[in-house]
Design a protein around this ligand. Structure first.
Ligand code: AKG
Length: 262
């Protein structure tokens, strides 16, 4: 596993979760969306289609049309035990610990019903880890996927490309400089002859990608179809101040933080 992580920048765990594990999260998401007044707390959602596209709203304020359409729920892990039980599953944590060399710490989660259609990017553009490369990301398939649902696209071995350094000297994205960053990455992909692959998973599969794996969501070609997914970003437990770490019953850890601003 470590060999393919280092060589390819990702690993795939087939059939990792059973349907019962997935149903517990599915039920919790449904209850949260249906009872927003009492259960949503300060959760925010990003709207992915329709007239509010591109906006970030508090879930409690989101109109029904936004809930029914494509959106991402941000940081459900801060509110939902079912979410934490899944992304901090004991066996999954052991694998992440092997990959990261320390206990994993959930720092962010995204749950979506329809494909994200997000252009290719590095997650370090948005949440660079405290220690270089020490972030892993799990994408848990909550249902069977097909090509029409806009599946995950990724470039194996792209994690070996030296990150683009923005004008502040770091790898955190500066929106005005994204064109140069993308040009740099494209030229590196060509130089190394790296080609994109598509992951079409089944319910219970987990795709784990490296902090520096170049990836995104393909366009959805059948808008009737869903691709229910839970994506979680992990840093290492001991890379943050310990008073910000919460621990669940089974021993998994997550970062205590505020919800995203709208
Ligand atoms: O599965 C996808 O559509 C990609 C999601 C993604 O790129 C991300 O969460 O960083």
């Amino acid at each position: 596993m470590i060999e393919s992580w280092e060589r390819d920048g990702f690993i795939i765990l087939k059939n990792f979760f059973n349907q019962n594990d997935l149903n517990l999260l599915e039920e919790d998401i449904c209850l949260t969306l249906e009872n927003r007044e009492t259960r949503a707390g300060n959760i925010t959602i990003d709207i992915l289609e329709g007239e509010l596209i591109g906006q970030r709203l508090k879930l409690v304020d989101a109109p029904e049309s936004a809930i029914q359409g494509a959106h991402k729920v941000n940081d459900l892990y801060l509110e939902s035990k079912a979410c934490r039980n899944l992304n901090l599953n004991r066996k999954l944590c052991r694998i992440l610990e092997t990959l990261l060399g320390d206990k994993p710490l959930v720092i962010n989660s995204l749950s979506f019903k329809k494909g994200s259609q997000q252009p290719h990017h590095f997650d370090t553009y948005y949440m660079p880890p405290m220690v270089k490369d020490m972030m892993a990301v799990t994408s848990i398939c909550l249902e069977d996927q097909s090509l029409e649902t806009g599946p995950l696209s990724y470039y194996p071995e792209s994690h070996k490309i030296l990150p683009y350094v923005f004008s502040h000297g770091g790898i955190h994205a500066v929106p005005e400089e994204m064109e140069q960053a993308t040009q740099y990455i494209q030229s590196e992909l060509e130089k190394r002859n790296l080609k994109p692959k598509t992951f079409v998973g089944n319910a219970g599969d987990v795709f784990i990608w490296h902090a520096q794996l170049y990836h995104g969501g393909l366009p959805i070609t059948d808008h009737e179809k869903t691709r229910k997914t839970l994506v979680t970003h992990y840093w290492r437990k001991h890379d943050v101040e310990q008073h910000r770490v919460a621990t669940i019953k089974s021993g998994g850890n997550y970062l205590i933080r505020e919800h995203q601003n709208t």
